[in-house]
Design a protein around this ligand. Structure first.
Ligand code: SAM
Length: 274
């Protein structure tokens, strides 16, 4: 196999379809995100960051909680995501939100300046150690660092289908090849603690994906967007990939199939107070 795919964008793509998928996914994950933000006590006046916010992330949920006296900063390294987040923030009238283009490994924002630094579905990528350390650095002493990651290895459908199982194996192989960790969720507490967070707590939230929900089609959609990296990397031919995606979409669309997208782990802790 060649090692052509080297980054998040190589594997997951940056197409308009990917942006739409992330917006739909953010909406689908809203109840779990809201529960986490309420659990950590996000309050009016807080300064909060959403690291790797993509086209919307949790910017809207943070905006309503910190209110007009607070501020939310979205951080993403991909220009097109920054522009789309900017557009959605404007369209939704979120006056307390700004979006900056920055690398989460070295965001170049004032250290110790946030009450909350949050990420979702970013630490699955190859640079989780550097990103988590930078997140802890951005939090004020005593501030909260929070993370949400799915353990994709725990996803399944029932009844199982050979196409879905193969597709999951292909996606896991493609992500692992770029140094991503599809089972990161279950290690999330340890990852925060290793970066220096204290009082780390962990919650697991899970539910079956209802017929009609965007996340029900997550695996075939992810694989479709990862198509270029998978084919270029010699994992599957494009014809094989199309066949598996088609079969898997049909199986997931069947309302009698149970679809579980994986355990969602949420971890949060504090930057030690000085
Ligand atoms: C799977 S998306 C998740 C988007 C959003 N957090 C959500 O949950 O809806 C991952 C996002 O992280 C961003 N990202 C990955 N590595 C990054 C880095 N080093 N610095 C900034 N953004 C990064 C990607 O550009 C992408 O927008």
């Amino acid at each position: 196999m060649s090692a052509a795919a080297t980054s998040y964008s190589d594997v997951l793509g940056e197409s308009g379809g990917e942006r739409a998928r992330l917006v739909d996914q953010a909406r689908a994950l809203e109840p779990e995100a809201a529960a986490l933000l309420d659990e950590v006590g996000v309050s009016p006046g807080w300064r909060a960051a959403d690291v790797g916010c993509g086209p919307i992330g949790v910017l809207d949920l943070l905006s309503e909680r910190v209110g007009s006296d607070g501020e939310v900063v979205g951080i993403d390294e991909v220009d097109r995501f920054v522009q789309m987040a900017d557009g959605l923030v404007r369209d939704r009238g979120l006056a307390n939100v700004r979006v900056v283009r920055a690398d989460a490994r070295e965001p170049g924002l004032p250290a110790g300046s946030f009450d909350l630094v949050h990420e979702r579905l970013v630490l699955i990528g190859p640079d989780r150690g550097k990103i988590t350390a930078a997140m802890v650095g951005l939090a004020r002493p005593g501030g909260v660092v929070a993370a949400q990651e799915v353990d994709i290895t725990s996803s399944f459908c029932e009844p199982s289908s050979p196409a879905c199982e193969r597709l999951l194996a292909v996606f896991l192989a493609a992500t692992r090849r770029i140094g991503a960790e599809p089972g990161i969720g279950r290690r999330l507490g340890r990852v925060l603690a290793d970066a220096g967070a204290t009082d780390v707590r962990l919650e697991v939230r899970s539910r079956l994906e209802d017929p009609g929900s965007a996340r029900r089609m997550q695996l075939p959609a992810l694989v479709r967007h990862a198509r270029e990296g998978i084919v270029r990397g010699g994992i599957l031919s494009s014809a094989e990939l199309d066949g598996l995606v088609g079969e898997s979409l049909a199986h997931h669309a069947d309302p009698t199939t149970l679809v579980f997208g994986g355990l969602l782990f949420q971890a949060w802790g504090r930057r030690p107070a000085v």
